[in-house]
Design a protein around this ligand. Structure first.
Ligand code: FAD
Length: 215
């Protein structure tokens, strides 16, 4: 809270990163139900094996996740809200040449459809024709980015242009002596529990060595 000041000799920041969602009521409903909305294809894709899914996004991560899902799922429909991908050419080419990925450019998600418990489809809007239609789907993957939970550190700790904490490569050190970072707050690449645990261990060892060096 804002009223109590705590003093310490070292700090490990592990505030993580928050996945961005579209903010649709239906999306949030099925996300909370655990009924078919996910922001992590690598984590949850397996549950949709041999099924049809929809993914929304247009960046490198969205392309990587769509391609990953295409290896597990019968069909992947990719909704891109504008007429252009934001991904690199190579990632765009990879999804474009994957047979079971259908790319719908200039399409918005209107609603995530379901029976109240699980997702059964997605209502999409073709912004070119202004027509809405339904895509049968048991999974709705959101791949529109993450926001690291680092705003409170921005005046003290060096962040990169997207807000991730910058650490010395191969260590958990930040630009401030005695302040270390672990997990997704400094990791825009892997963002997995196992990598967060690994860097957590690194930060603990770095902090311990830092304290030992002060004795
Ligand atoms: C839907 C989903 C499924 C996933 N499935 C898997 C999976 O199957 N396998 C896998 O390896 N990974 C999975 N992940 C990724 C994994 O959850 C993360 O990589 C991991 O939790 C990151 O750990 P962390 O400690 O860095 O951050 P988090 O686990 O996000 O923890 C950060 C903590 O800091 C707290 N916090 C934030 N800001 C503040 C603040 N200002 N003050 C105090 N506390 C604060 C938060 O409340 C939270 O408790 C999944 C992620 C998502 C979103």
């Amino acid at each position: 809270n804002d009223t109590k000041e705590l003093h310490c000799e070292t700090v490990i920041i592990s505030t993580g990163a928050t996945a961005k969602y579209l903010g649709l009521e239906s999306e949030q409903h099925y996300l909370k139900m655990g009924g078919g909305v996910s922001a992590c294809a690598i984590c949850d894709g397996f549950f949709y094996r041999n099924q049809e899914v929809v993914i929304v996004g247009a960046g490198d991560s969205a392309c990587e996740e769509a391609h990953y899902l295409s290896k597990l799922c019968k069909k992947v429909t990719m909704l891109v809200r504008s007429e252009k991908f934001r991904a690199s050419k190579i990632m765009e080419a990879r999804v474009r040449k994957t047979e079971n990925i259908e790319i719908l450019m200039n399409h918005d998600t209107v609603e995530v459809l379901g029976d109240g418990q699980v997702v059964t489809g997605v209502k999409a809007l073709n912004k070119t024709t202004n027509e809405t239609f339904e895509i049968p789907s048991t999974g709705f993957f959101v791949a529109i980015g993450h926001k690291p939970n680092t705003d409170i550190f921005k005046d003290f700790i060096t962040l990169d242009e997207t807000g991730y904490i910058v650490n010395t490569p191969g260590s958990s050190k930040t630009n401030v002596e005695g302040v270390f970072v672990s997990g997704d707050a400094a990791d825009h690449v892997y963002r997995q529990a196992i990598t967060a645990a690994g860097t957590g261990c690194m930060a603990a060892l770095d902090a311990e060595r830092y304290l030992a060096g002060k004795e």
